[in-house]
Design a protein around this ligand. Structure first.
Ligand code: ZN
Ligand code: ZN
Length: 366
């Protein structure tokens, strides 16, 4: 577990039930009622969780030990050498924290929406790190008022002397995507963060010259955070100033074209995941805001690359704002999506967008 092996260690990947916030109108309209069905038909490392639907405190059921492993991996339970299949009070409490983080009804039970959310592909970075840095519910987020972004413990960031960061696309043997395409995708992903901040990024020729190294890896790749094949965890990255960003080579990455039209049901948009992981490389943890890039999950065949207000406020608090930044664009289908999203955490979009715009002196531009 990242939290145990290194305090600065972070992992990642990105996908979201609530990615429907920025999904095309067609899929957004269909997802709220149909998502559980869709998710259960796509095999992934966590498919067996659907057998736990309806399970609650006091029951003993095969598969609960695996659920505890999952919750432990993402910071909701302490590590244990061997979990049992009892639905005990610790598990109930862990599920409640998970449900709060993801904007679900806080039942403490494995109700259908909770099962569907847990099966969604996601970032390998923990949501709760050392018990202190939890999405939207920790002390840090309370200090941020309405914003739901988080930092890693101690809020590590790149030093002031390092506002120009160099990245290398270092390990590509495990992916069929050609090098030129990778360069374009990662350049676009970094540019989204550069646009909002005083940071800038350039691709280096080799890892030796780089602050950030990007690589595709399969299975166990030496950092204690083995990848798990298609879906499940998609990628992970480490907090500043480590600089490592790893992608699961087993994913059906889509680097060009419209991912929503991909033939594979398990296609994952590379740029979307890259934008999320770069957030970790720069110091952001996970956010409870479903529309934020830093929300931990993303649905397959979904593109989600635009920073939300929550992401922008979080990153500008670490590095300052770019005076040329024009603010975030409201989602194209905002009013409709607001009605269809994940409940209590539905986004205060217009308010936040206005705050950012005013802060940037750009209210007129909206
Ligand atoms: Zn993440
Ligand atoms: Zn790794």
């Amino acid at each position: 577990m990242a939290s145990a092996t290194s305090p600065l260690l972070v992992l990642l990947a990105a996908m979201a039930v609530a990615a429907l916030v920025v999904a095309p109108v067609s899929s957004a309209a269909a997802l709220p009622s149909g998502f559980a069905d869709i998710a259960s038909k796509i095999p992934n490392p966590w498919s067996a969780f659907k057998n736990l639907t309806g399970c609650h405190f006091g029951e003993e059921q095969q598969g609960l030990a695996k659920l505890k492993d999952y919750l432990s991996h993402f910071g909701y339970l302490p590590e244990s050498p061997g979990f049992n299949d009892m639905f005990d009070a610790d598990l109930e409490e862990a599920i409640k924290v998970y449900q709060r983080n993801f904007g679900l009804n806080i039942t403490g039970a494995m109700d259908a929406p909770t099962v569907a959310q847990m099966m969604a592909p996601r970032c390998g970075v923990a949501d709760v790190i050392n018990g202190t840095s939890s999405m939207g519910t920790g002390a840090a987020s309370q200090a941020h008022g309405r914003n739901l972004y988080s930092y890693f413990p101690g809020a590590p960031r790149w030093p002031r002397s390092k506002r120009s960061l160099r990245y290398a696309i270092a390990q590509t043997a495990a992916t069929p995507i050609d090098r030129a395409t990778l360069s374009r995708v990662f350049a676009r992903a970094f540019a989204r963060w550069a646009a909002a901040t005083t940071l800038n990024f350039t691709e280096a020729a080799s890892a030796e010259d780089a602050d950030i190294t990007i690589g595709f890896h399969a299975g166990d790749h030496g950092d204690g955070e083995a990848f798990d094949g298609p879906l499940g965890t998609l990628a992970h990255a480490f907090s500043p100033t480590d600089g490592r960003f790893h992608l699961d080579a087993a994913e059906s990455w889509v680097a060009t074209g419209d991912v929503s039209r991909a033939s594979s049901a398990v296609a994952v948009d590379l740029e979307s995941v890259a934008v999320h992981e770069i957030g970790h490389l720069l110091g952001l943890g996970h956010s409870s805001e479903p529309g934020a890039i830093m929300f931990p999950t993303i649905t397959s065949r979904t593109r989600k690359v635009d920073l939300a207000s929550d992401d922008v406020v979080g990153i500008q608090s670490l590095y300052g704002g770019n005076p040329n930044f024009k603010g975030v664009a409201p989602p194209a289908t905002s009013s409709r999506d607001m009605d269809s999203g994940a409940g209590a955490l539905s986004r205060p979009w217009s308010a936040l967008v206005a705050v950012v715009a005013v802060a940037a002196g750009l209210a007129v531009a909206l």
